[in-house]
Write a protein that binds this ligand. Structure first.
Ligand code: SF4
Ligand code: SF4
Length: 469
């Protein structure tokens, strides 16, 4: 018997000698003392451990008779079986109405498509294309292999000029029971009020980068530098007309300094009390290679974003966020992006104890179908519009290429560099976007997952368990 390679052992209380012990493939979770933790880490011999404890460690899978290679093979099989159980089972359909956009965000991840904001493509999805897409959607709905939500994406899906075609999509989707998520910058959302108030089945994700001055530097309209005013007025209108609105706050150091000012603004608007309103902080990540638009602009933004890249990361953002909650600067209704780790850990430590295993990070590896205005199909938001990464086409007919399946729909933690990681069946291997852009589908993308996990385990332990021990 030897300690499993997949034990996660975290000291959460030095004084009381408490360690959280988890194993992501056996699904076991326990609190153990330093002797047991040291033994499993190979630091202590077994003399200090009772026979009963050893038996329990075997029973719970922390000690295994499998060799390291056999254990890795087992993880690979588990990963494949989980992937098979979700892949192509419940398709998520998305429409890219066009790749065009009316904002010129300094960090736009679609800078490659728009030639750094200077040449946005103008093709718009046509009625004929939408009809073709709905043939596919209906077929999957009839087979009960579809989620109940259609996502509208871009570019900017809610451009004023897109109204007619968006209405056409919504009417068709409505007929067969879909609701809609719209990833929009919100600038022209007022034009969509007739549609939104008619159906009331919309959730809009709108990004605000901070207070007015910060937002307007990062996310100017191509004509009107003050996009903040228009967007926030539109949020009022949307909420009044029954839409659900989630505000994503892309945060860097500057955003955090003035975060209380921003949330006060939300309160004064009455948004925080509206049950259809939610908001969360997310790390502002600029792709500096794609950020050369900054070099042509006479603003302070380049330095600011460079600085933020160096100074803020996921773990710092989350720890500052918890401080702000603790000292009352932020209400608990303001959330912080944590890749769902908090609720996973809360469930393990103080819920039913179950570890929900996954072997992929998101639908791009299992169920996403993104219809674009060129008749192409993609599965990953991060690479849309980059022809070499399309996975198929839907005009003249729907076809997913074997190469698309091999690259995007086959990636799971069992065939990536995540295979040996103790966190793999909880993490899912991270967003595949950066790997896909580099044409490497086996690479990991940790995004500080392990550090975030360890940090949140300590936070949950101290907040909910410590005082009862
Ligand atoms: S709103 Fe989105 S697509 Fe438009 S410029 Fe900003 S990041 Fe790019
Ligand atoms: S992405 Fe990183 S943390 Fe996640 S499973 Fe892979 S190696 Fe582990």
């Amino acid at each position: 018997m030897r300690p499993s390679d997949y034990n996660i052992i975290l000291n959460v209380d030095k004084e009381k000698q408490v360690n959280v012990l988890l194993n992501c493939y056996t699904g076991a979770f326990d609190l153990v003392n330093d002797d047991v933790a040291g033994f499993l880490k190979g630091k202590n011999a077994s003399e200090n451990i009772s026979e009963e404890s050893i038996n329990k460690l075997i029973e719970r899978g922390y000690l295994t008779s499998l060799s390291s290679d056999d254990e890795t093979l087992l993880i690979k099989k588990i990963a494949e079986s989980i992937h098979d159980s979700v892949r192509f089972q419940s398709y998520n359909f998305h429409f890219i109405i066009s790749y065009d956009c009316n904002l010129r965000c300094v960090y736009c991840f679609e800078n490659g498509i728009s030639t750094h904001g200077t040449n946005w493509p103008k093709e718009k999805i046509t009625k004929n294309q939408v009809d073709k897409a709905f043939q596919v959607i209906k077929e999957k709905v009839d087979l009960k292999k579809s989620s109940n939500t259609i996502v509208l994406y871009g570019g900017e899906p809610f451009l004023a000029d897109n109204y007619d075609i968006v209405e056409y999509i919504i009417n068709k989707g409505e007929e067969i029971g879909f609701q809609f998520n719209v990833i929009t910058n919100g600038y022209d959302a007022d034009k969509y009020i007739p549609l939104i108030s008619k159906y009331k089945n919309f959730t809009l994700q709108i990004t605000i980068d901070g207070t007015k001055e910060i937002h307007n530097v990062n996310r100017p309209h191509y004509k009107n530098k003050d996009s903040f005013e228009k967007i926030t007025n539109n949020v009022d209108l949307l909420l009044r007309n029954g839409a659900r609105v989630a505000i994503r706050i892309n945060a860097d150091e500057n955003t955090l300094i003035k975060i209380d000012e921003l949330t006060r603004f939300f309160e004064e608007k009455g948004w925080m009390k509206n049950r259809n309103f939610s908001t969360y902080l997310a790390l502002l990540v600029a792709d500096m290679d794609n950020c050369s638009i900054l070099k042509n602009r006479n603003t302070s933004a380049p330095t600011r974003i460079n600085q933020s890249e160096k100074s803020l990361n996921h773990i710092k953002l989350l720890s500052k966020y918890y401080d702000l909650i603790k000292n009352g600067t932020l209400q608990e209704t303001v959330l912080c992006q944590d890749f769902n780790i908090f609720s996973i850990i809360k469930n393990i430590l103080i819920g039913d104890g179950r570890i929900v295993k996954r072997s992929v990070f998101c639908g791009a590896q299992s169920n996403n179908i993104i219809f674009d205005p060129l008749g192409d199909v993609y599965s990953c938001w991060e690479v849309v519009g980059i022809s070499e990464h399309k996975i198929g086409h839907y005009v003249p007919d729907f076809l997913i290429y074997q190469e698309g399946i091999d690259k995007f729909f086959s990636r799971n933690i069992g065939n990536t560099s995540c295979l040996k990681c103790q966190y793999n069946l909880i993490c899912g291997g991270g967003c595949m976007g950066p790997g896909a852009l580099a044409n490497d589908f086996t690479t990991k993308n940790c995004n500080d997952f392990q550090q975030l996990f360890n940090f949140i385990v300590k936070y949950v332990y101290n907040s909910y368990l410590a005082e009862n021990l």
